[in-house]
Ligand binder design. Structure first.
Ligand code: ARG
Length: 232
């Protein structure tokens, strides 16, 4: 460590889509959430500062492609397809597909999605999970730019169910206790998925962040952050 010397840490540009509580959301003009706390801890451990911008989902990936962004942190599932275009850190969170719907709608298994009007966030694993059941390009699937717009469509009855990530679904249900929302996940149909930090292909940061993530997992910091956002 260079204590006392005037070393300036490199500032990394981070993109996100901040309508995805508890992972990332806007609070008093600041991006906050589990991902933000984790990223700050890992970046600090790796010796960097981060500047997080709510770029939106598509612009985040475009910014990684063009290397205008150094990394993306947005509850991004590591998928075979994405691995072809981006580098990923080691997994930092396990997730699964969850369906959220209102009282009066009956969805007990993935197959019940057929024939229902579905909302998804465009370009997410929720979209892919819905498509796996009802077919790609199904006219029954409405795609929204942000997770917030997807949930608004459910609240305003423009769709009958939304397909998203489990922790986000449960957080939304908890934050909207008067909406009578129900949730369902089909163990037969939906596989576990894992979030990773995304980097431009070939980024030297990937290894440094993996090492720092290991430390943060080992030294109790991860557990503290987890407790803050998911502890009861
Ligand atoms: N985990 C899902 C995916 O990677 C959804 C992530 C959406 N994230 C967000 N910040 N809106 O496709």
């Amino acid at each position: 460590n260079n204590e006392g010397t005037d070393t300036e840490k490199k500032v990394l540009n981070v993109g996100t889509e901040a309508t995805f509580p508890p992972f990332e959301f806007m609070d008093k003009g600041e991006v906050t959430g589990f991902d933000v706390d984790l990223l700050n801890a890992v970046a600090e451990e790796a010796g960097y500062e981060v500047k997080i911008d709510n770029t939106g989902w598509d612009a985040m990936f475009a910014g990684l492609q063009s290397e205008q962004l150094d990394l993306g942190m947005a509850g991004i599932t590591i998928t075979d397809e994405r691995i072809e275009s981006y580098d990923f850190s080691d997994p930092y969170f396990e997730s699964k597909t969850m369906v959220v719907f209102k009282e009066g709608v009956t969805i007990e298994k993935a197959d019940d999605l057929k024939g229902k009007k579905l909302g998804v966030q465009n370009g997410t694993t929720g979209q892919f999970a819905a498509e796996a059941v009802v077919g790609q390009n199904s006219p029954d699937i409405s795609k929204y730019e942000t997770a917030a717009l997807m949930f608004q469509a459910l609240q305003s009855d423009n769709v009958e169910a939304v397909v998203t990530d489990i922790a986000v679904a449960l957080e939304y249900q908890k934050n909207n206790p008067d909406s009578g929302l129900k949730t369902m996940s089909d163990d037969e149909e939906f596989q576990s998925e894992y979030y990773g930090i995304a980097f431009p292909k070939g980024s030297e940061l990937t290894e440094e962040f993996d090492a720092a993530l290991d430390t943060v997992l080992d030294n109790g910091t991860y557990a503290e952050i987890y407790q803050k956002w998911f502890g009861e």
